[in-house]
Write a protein that binds this ligand. Structure first.
Ligand code: HEM
Length: 409
């Protein structure tokens, strides 16, 4: 795999401190100057135009190519780490036919029939969180609302008893750490390894408990699928970890980034409060405006030409979903938040075979949660409009957002 010959300064520097706070000026510059960009520092292609990103996500000449990536000398020690061994067979690291087989089993977690139940469950949780906020005169929108809602929903989907949930919070943070491009310290690696072992032992013990005393539900069906040889135990554990982490650490940012955007645009907030029937469309716009999962990664399985440049076989491609979602060729005045924007076809859930498995659930949680925040707490006010951003530029979100409830209990 050789480096392309053209030269350009590296226009994509996601580790720069300003990028974490507001990546969009850099992303516009990148898209305008070099939309099919070779990053020398990342040793990968970086795509920022909507149509190019979409093409790669749907083009079968691109895949994950984990086996090829594992052959890259510099990456060998990283792949050898226990945390990477434990999650090796995750859907996001798999290509068909394994991907197709595993995905079919996990898609049942959020089947249309289950979605109705999950909508009711989301409403119950939201009612409780809103009345707590009213009683306390405020809350941290992240810790007290955006986190507990999807966290409790995914725990219920998997049948994780309430008394056993506490360690899962820290393990999730540890497993998300390697998704950020900032180099891992030895302490980060140790944390990720311990957490991956923690998750693995936790799910293996749930499987043993289910075999001893079967309980009908999604988890039990997965245990049966393992016994029937449809999925190995290793694949099951890896994908339970993925479902668990992806199932809540993303939705948090739909609420965090979304509410922050609305607070920063009070007229848009007011439009939604006056007409909550706009909320479904507004969720697509909020997902577009400040995209929570910023990047999808692919490998070229054969040479492919994009925008006049040839992506070589085995080369790695970053599809910038956040840049694509602000492409002026597709979205009129893309930096404007407009909750009434029509036909917003976002790439926020990716596309192609890896299209987000939980997209519909995320939309349901978003709809139930945002409707309640806007209608039941109409006087909600943030204590800051400049919160601290999480370090991770792959999954973009804020650490915390204290809000005051003007409406008394
Ligand atoms: C607003 C919330 C969410 C966002 C923005 C989001 C975004 C994404 C994106 C962009 C991908 C594709 C990544 C790629 O192609 O490389 C993805 C995949 C995935 N997501 Fe989500 N997601 C969200 C919520 C959820 C939820 C609630 C669940 C589970 C209940 C979930 C489970 C998954 C899984 C399992 C995959 C891997 C699918 C595959 O590889 O076939 N996500 N998500």
């Amino acid at each position: 795999m050789s480096e392309p010959e053209y030269s350009y300064e590296d226009l994509y520097l996601p580790l720069a401190p300003h990028f974490r706070v507001d990546p969009y000026p850099d992303l516009h510059r990148l898209r305008a100057l070099d939309p099919v960009h070779w990053s020398r520092t990342g040793y990968c292609w970086v795509l920022s135009r909507y149509n190019d990103v979409k093409q790669v996500l749907f083009d079968k000449r691109f895949g994950i190519g984990l086996d090829q990536l594992m052959q890259i000398e510099a990456l060998k020690p990283v792949f050898a780490e226990p945390y990477n061994q434990i999650i090796r067979t995750q859907l996001l690291g798999a290509d068909p036919p394994d991907h197709t087989r595993i995905r079919a089993l996990f898609a049942k977690a959020v089947s249309p029939t289950r979605l109705d139940t999950l909508r009711r469950l989301s409403s119950q949780i939201v009612d409780e969180l809103i009345s707590n906020a009213k009683a306390n005169g405020g809350m941290d929108l992240i810790a007290d609302f955006a986190h507990p809602l999807p966290f409790r929903v995914i725990c219920e989907i998997l049948g994780i008893p309430e008394s056993e949930r506490a360690p899962l919070v820290d393990w999730t943070h540890a497993m998300m750490r390697p998704t950020d491009p900032t180099p891992m310290t030895p302490a980060d690696t140790a944390w990720a390894n311990q957490s991956a072992y923690g998750f693995r032992d936790f799910f293996l013990s749930m499987m043993r408990a289910d075999r001893a005393q079967p309980k009908e539900g999604f988890f039990h069906d997965l245990v049966l699928a393992t016994d029937d040889g449809k999925i190995t135990e290793e694949e099951l554990v890896a994908n339970l970890i993925l479902l668990f982490c992806a199932g809540h650490d993303t939705v948090i940012n739909l609420f965090g980034n979304g509410m922050l955007a609305l607070f920063r645009h009070p007229r848009q907030l007011q439009i939604l409060q006056e007409d909550p029937s706009l909320i479904r469309g507004a969720i697509e716009e909020l997902l577009r405006y400040d995209t929570a999962v910023a990047i999808a990664r692919r490998t070229a399985m054969e040479p492919v030409e994009i925008g006049g440049r040839v992506i070589g076989r085995g080369q790695y491609v970053l599809c910038l979903l956040n840049a694509a979602n602000r492409d002026p060729e597709i979205f009129d005045d893309p930096d404007r938040l407009d909750v009434r924007r029509q036909n917003v076809k976002v790439l926020s859930f990716g596309g192609g075979v890896h299209y987000c498995l939980g997209a519909q659930l995320a939309r349901v949680e978003g709809e139930v949660g945002l409707t309640a925040l806007l209608t039941q707490l109409p006087g909600l006010e943030p204590t800051t409009l400049d919160p601290v951003w999480r370090r991770n530029v792959f999954v973009r979100g804020i650490e915390s957002l204290p809000v005051i409830c003007q409406s008394p209990a």
